[in-house]
Design a protein around this ligand. Sequence first.
Ligand SMILES: Cc1cc2nc3c(=O)[nH]c(=O)nc-3n(C[C@H](O)[C@H](O)[C@H](O)COP(=O)(O)OP(=O)(O)OC[C@H]3O[C@@H](n4cnc5c(N)ncnc54)[C@H](O)[C@@H]3O)c2cc1C
Ligand code: FES
Length: 352
Amino acid sequence: MLKGCRTPIPNFKKATSGCWKSGSLLECVAIDDENADVRSYSFKDPAGGGFNHKAGQHISLLLPLEGGDEYRTFTIASSPTMPDEISLTIKTNRPNGATAWMRDNVKIGTNLTAVGPTGQFNIADNPCEDLLLISAGSGITPMMSMLRWLYNRRDDIKITFVHYAKTSDEYLFSEELSNINDDYSALNLYQISTHRDDGPISGLPTASQLKSIIEISDQTVFCCGPAGFMDVIKTVMLDSGLDEAQYHQESFGVDKVDNAPQEIDENAETVTVRFKDKIFEAAKGANLLNVLKQNKFVIPTGCKSGMCGTCQMKLESGSVKMNQLGGLSDGQIGDGYILACCSTLENNLTIS
Ligand SMILES: Cc1cc2nc3c(=O)[nH]c(=O)nc-3n(C[C@H](O)[C@H](O)[C@H](O)COP(=O)(O)OP(=O)(O)OC[C@H]3O[C@@H](n4cnc5c(N)ncnc54)[C@H](O)[C@@H]3O)c2cc1C
Ligand code: FES
């Protein structure tokens, strides 16, 4: 339990028959349009289990796309206090790609395989008494899960919730946030429009704008949004004296690995990789995720930059060079977990 929290007051429904298992099916039970571009999908366990996640964590759906199966990762936006269903809020306005496929194909009753939940970007592992939840666009989803959880439990901590969108028409969950704000004295809510002067505060984030609404001291910060947005927020926070250990950010993904030109050194030493009863050769120094992909393995991925932890695998033997950016806890590293997206091969290895 968080420091300073009260005993939960609502009498939550409890899932009746154990826990949904990673790798099994999710059944879509509701679809709601949040606005023209964003849709929320609710899923339940067709086997009747409940969900056990930490507010801020994510799950990866296996989508049968035309070009073959691919995983996409989405934050669970619903609260762990409502364990019978999970909801994912997804930007579905792209003309094509995986989320466009979801928009056109996922209906009530659709079953999809999923893995998770996982992720270090969660509030349960980072208890605090003063919290800043700051997001832009669809980066609001982990913040909603955290706020819903804190509100349902009536946790007695200070919460500043700041959400940016281009215009006020694009604010997500406006009505729900306003209702929570009216009912929960712990919350200070700010919605900021970056491209239209249509609220008490507007414009892109700057140090002076943020300091006009938040006294930056020793709060715990969770930030999620486009990379440039997170760079600004992080810089402002750290320049204002925030301890870096109290700043957490989630990346929704960059396409570093897929788009990076693969330089193949014909003379590179080769190593062997064992995975799922298969053994294949790869160049020493090659990126593990690319090597798996070249050998037709589809593994769950998200940010592809070592941050979200979705691509974690167990290193049974051998070694890799890993440039992880917070996707694994020290405990997981100690237990031999690695992140495929940011690991390069050093010698023969066995992974599971
Ligand atoms: C931790 C995390 C949480 C996220 N939470 C949300 C959320 O709550 N709501 C939301 O709308 N989005 C979320 N995302 C982003 C989401 O996973 C999609 O990447 C995003 O919606 C892009 O849309 P798309 O997949 O339709 O794009 P596509 O057009 O299908 O993909 C864009 C490009 O990225 C490549 N690509 C991206 N991901 C993968 C992958 N896993 N495997 C192979 N190729 C890939 C594709 O090849 C393509 O080139 C999250 C991502 C992460 C990492
Ligand atoms: S895909 Fe996010 S850490 Fe590897």
